[in-house]
Design a protein around this ligand. Structure first.
Ligand code: MN
Length: 752
């Protein structure tokens, strides 16, 4: 690219300086003169280093580090060290500046953070690069939490400005964010950032639904505000009579969380009562009064409105593992509508919004034995004991460290926080590796339970151990936590290795006897038996699945090499197989030809070209229809698979293998047929619901019905109906027509 393209204009220079000043003005932490000088120095260095680069949007690159520093300063609330690191976060990765230079200029701590933020270099460029990079970020998390906080800010700014990226990149980045960053933000208690991530991802991955909810929220905004006023009035009157210092806030929930409710409960937006929440934030005179005052406010509220007892949640007495503290209740407001109220102090509020960072501030520089500390210990454990590849690692990490939790107790009454879904055996490993290794049986609430028993809140768990007990492969099925999993895996590996050693010695002797080269012959054996590695081969020999004394029956020695014998029988078998394969290929070719003919001309476009030029099939997990947002993904030996962007499997695929994804879409007006399944629920009035539905579809709408399964329960029915439609628009017409029927209350498309 010619340098004239990248040269920064005077006007831009001015904008950059303004953006920088704007960032400095947004700093919440207190800065001394030295801090200010260092921040300026970092800015000057970064500005100079990135001088030749521009972002996809065309603006000079330096705007990005400044924006990241601003998020770090303003939204995360961190101080000088983090701000400087944020300004420098892309310098080592993208410019000629070396890591050593940063270390010398800004010291060891900032050097460490910047290094943590520098992506692994090209030597790791392979399938799991994304996972590897993420693993690196997490390893630095245990050294300095600011690395991951800055990484979050970096991702947040990239997501906010993602509009200038090509669509397929947006999808890839969006999926990765939904898969890893949003849950991590949640786990770190960065509530605001998590919510924004989720909304931004939804806007990319489920654009239609996002816009729909957004529009409808806008339409109902006025009515909602009126209602909130009506609701608050009597409440505030009572609160004002007390001497509690408070602020009342109300906010509409995020589009993503509303959408989740619609999906989970299978209801319409109009049926969701808790679209907004009211928050009472109190300012207690002393920290000791926090809990007492929260309950006092609760008492005032419930004098005015009747509470729903089951919906009381007390995270003031027992905070969530991500540090969240708050007292939640739902009351019956005017007109019988349910309203959620959150009661908390300003300190709790700050922790709730900014999580880890705020928590850190209140605890001082060191994380002591609090929930975050425990969690960090878990992260450290998984990292240190990780025998798995990076993708397995990320999956382990996700199930363990992002999930909701259950609270269980040791026989001594100590509380342990375990991820939801954790088993009794997970608990044993959580107590101590040795307890896990030697676990023979487990009592839950005094009763003997299997190792795979899923822990429930409040369980008292007692692990019985025996010295000579040890883990077996089967145990992997009984655990979900990364700690237990990795401990069992490494124990298995040890065991295999020990046993394999003996087998290896025997093999060396055998090869010596046969006078063949060890290195070469061992590869022949691994290949012949279809194994993965040498330890696997040794282990198979140990198990006597491969018998050394029989080697000469299978192999000849030719010129000091092992060569596979071929006998008549096998030769005949091979020939037969070849023939069969040939026939099958002919058959498949015919079949493909027929399908293509039958499918006719679709309007599918892959990578900008007509789909006919590719070998492709529609994924059966989501059965895309013309009009759906889709992507193509190559599968070994199966050509391209076309998935819906909102396919249940999409996030996982896109987050881990985003680099393989190929863009796909539809041209207008489709002319071919697609099958899809609708779930219809409604009221069974006793007079032929099936008849009514089939009449409507077959006679009135001329829709081809493939199958219909109906079941009823207490006057309601659920019907799964497979029909053939032309495209998504057509499907929407069918949905609408069905909803117009008096018997039908809901119609949804089945995901799989
Ligand atoms: Mn960046």
């Amino acid at each position: 690219m010619p340098t004239t393209d990248t040269r920064i204009t005077e006007k831009e220079e001015l904008d950059i300086e303004n953006a920088y000043q704007d960032m400095v003005a947004a700093v919440k932490a207190s800065l001394d003169e030295v801090d200010k000088t260092n921040i300026r120095q970092a800015f000057v260095l970064a500005h100079d280093a990135h001088r030749q680069q521009r972002r996809k949007s065309g603006e000079p690159y330096i705007f990005h580090p400044i924006a990241v520093a601003k998020i770090v300063a303003e939204e995360v609330g961190l101080g000088a060290t983090a701000i400087i690191s944020a300004l420098l976060h892309d310098v080592v990765e993208d410019t000629p500046i070396e890591q050593e230079e940063i270390d010398t200029l800004f010291g060891e701590r900032i050097g460490l953070i910047v290094d943590g933020l520098t992506k692994l270099d090209g030597t790791y460029k392979h399938e799991h690069q994304q996972a590897e990079n993420f693993k690196k970020v997490l390893s630095t998390l245990v050294q300095d939490v600011r690395v991951v906080l800055i990484k979050m800010a970096d991702r947040l700014h990239n997501m906010r400005t993602i509009g200038s990226m090509p669509k397929h990149k947006q999808i890839k980045i969006g999926a990765e964010t939904a898969y890893i960053y949003a849950p991590l933000a949640h786990r770190l208690g960065l509530y605001e950032i998590k919510t924004e991530f989720q909304d931004l991802c939804m806007k990319i991955l489920n654009a239609e639904e996002y816009e729909d909810i957004e529009t409808r929220l806008k339409e109902t905004e006025e009515a909602r505000n009126d209602y909130i006023d009506e609701f608050l009035q009597p409440l505030l009157t009572e609160l004002n009579k007390s001497n509690v210092n408070y602020i009342a806030k109300s906010r509409t929930k995020s589009i993503y969380s509303i959408w989740n409710k619609i999906k989970n409960k299978g209801v319409d937006l109009s049926e969701i009562y808790d679209i907004f929440a009211v928050r009472i934030i109190i300012e207690p005179p002393r920290k000791e009064d926090e809990k007492k005052l929260c309950w006092e406010v609760y008492s005032i509220i419930t004098d005015v409105y009747k509470p729903i007892a089951e919906r009381l949640k007390d995270w003031v007495t027992t905070p969530k593992a991500n540090g969240y503290e708050s007292l939640h209740t739902t009351v019956v407001g005017p007109g019988g509508r349910f309203v959620e109220i959150q009661i908390r102090t300003s300190r709790m509020d700050e922790i709730a919004e900014r999580g880890f960072a705020a928590h850190w501030k209140y605890k001082g520089q060191k994380l002591t034995t609090d929930h975050f500390g425990d969690w960090l210990d878990n992260v450290r454990d998984i990292l240190e004991n990780s025998n798995s590849n990076a993708i397995e690692f990320i999956n382990d990490f996700k199930t363990n460290l992002f999930n909701e939790e259950v609270y269980v107790y040791t026989p001594m009454g100590d509380m342990k926080v375990m991820p939801k879904g954790a088993t009794a055996l997970d608990f044993a490993f959580n107590i101590h590796t040795d307890v896990g290794y030697h676990c023979t049986s487990i009592k839950v609430n005094g009763k003997l339970e299997p190792m795979g028993y899923v822990l429930q809140n409040g369980d008292k768990v007692d692990v019985v151990t025996r010295r000579n007990q040890k883990p077996s492969e089967a145990w992997l099925k009984y655990v979900i936590t990364g700690k237990a999993r990795s401990k069992i895996r490494s124990s298995m590996k040890e065991e295999k290795k020990k046993k394999g050693e003996l087998a290896k010695e025997a093999l060396v002797r055998k090869f010596k006897n046969l006078k063949v080269d060890f290195e070469e012959s061992i590869e022949v054996l691994i290949k012949h038996y279809g194994l993965q590695s040498r330890p696997d081969l040794y282990y198979e020999i140990f198990l006597e699945n491969i018998k050394l004394q029989d080697l000469s029956k299978t192999f000849d020695v030719v010129n000091g090499k092992l060569v596979k014998k071929i006998d008549e029988e096998e030769l005949a078998e091979m020939k037969a197989k070849e023939q069969e394969l040939e026939q099958r290929e002919v058959a498949t070719a015919e079949l493909i030809h027929k399908t293509v003919e039958k499918r006719g001309k679709t309007n599918l476009v892959i990578d900008g070209q007509p789909a006919d030029t590719f070998e492709y099939t529609f994924a059966t997990c989501c059965n895309p229809l013309p009009g759906d947002q889709i992507f193509a993904y190559p599968v070994t030996n199966q050509g391209l698979k076309i998935h819906r962007l909102n396919c249940p499997n999409a996030t996982q695929i896109l987050a881990n293998f985003g680099f393989r994804v190929i863009s796909a879409g539809w041209n207008d007006d489709n002319i071919s047929d697609f099958a899809t399944t609708l779930r219809i629920t409604g009221i069974d009035s006793g007079v032929g619901v099936i008849q009514a539905i089939t009449d409507k579809l077959a006679s009135e709408l001329k829709i081809d019905i493939r199958s219909l399964n109906i079941s009823g329960d207490q006057g309601t029915f659920t019907a799964d109906l497979q029909i053939v439609v032309i495209n998504k628009n057509h499907l929407n017409q069918v949905k609408k027509a069905l909803l117009e029927m008096p018997q039908v209350s809901h119609v949804s498309r089945l995901e799989s």
